[in-house]
Design a protein around this ligand. Structure first.
Ligand code: HEC
Length: 151
């Protein structure tokens, strides 16, 4: 790799136009230009859809959601791709009930670091179902993503 990529903004490859968005440098005209340092440091983030919601809301600080293409750098909590099923089997409650009355780490997170309005909580539940559906779809195709993360 060497110095390639580090001085990227000064030497755009292939005449690419760089745009700054949310602190990231991207090549606008489709040319791919890896940013190794950033890829290591930052959470992998989709630009839109349910995956982007989890990133924007801050959940990806601790959770990957592999089915939605979200990869957390820290992976402190479990992958949320299967939370719908996992919460039911671990806590005997739906994710909706869990997010309304969380226990353990999530009770601390949702009481302080990230507060969700009832509307946002509903969106979170919907997106957790989206993630689980996507996970099941990929699994049915024999392409289930690896689920990494704590606990
Ligand atoms: C500071 C780190 C942190 C953040 C930020 C965080 N979580 Fe968690 N979360 C955890 C940990 C750790 C666990 C596992 C705790 C446990 O099992 O008691 C967890 C568990 C969960 C679970 C249960 C998963 C399962 O399979 O049992 C759900 C659902 C969840 N989090 C959703 C969210 C959502 C939605 C957000 C964003 C609004 C979020 N979390 C943000 C750390 C975090």
């Amino acid at each position: 790799m060497g110095a390639r990529g580090r001085s990227a903004p000064a030497r755009p490859c292939g005449g690419g136009l760089y745009v700054e968005r949310a602190g990231r440098t991207r090549v606008a005209n489709g040319a791919s230009h890896p940013q190794p340092a950033e890829a290591r440091a930052a959470d992998k983030a989709p630009e839109s859809g349910p995956g982007a919601w989890f990133v924007k809301t801050g959940c990806s600080a601790c959770h990957s959601i592999a089915a939605l293409g979200v990869k957390s750098a820290a992976q402190v909590g479990p992958d949320l791709s299967i939370a719908v099923e996992d919460v039911q089997s671990r806590f005997g409650r739906t994710v909706e009930e869990f997010l309304a009355e969380p226990t353990g780490t999530m009770s601390l997170v949702l009481a302080g670091q990230i507060t969700l309005t009832p509307e946002q909580r509903t969106i979170a539940v919907q997106h957790l179902h989206d993630a689980f559906r996507e996970y099941q779809r990929l699994k049915a195709e024999g392409r289930a993503p690896a689920l990494n993360g704590g606990q």
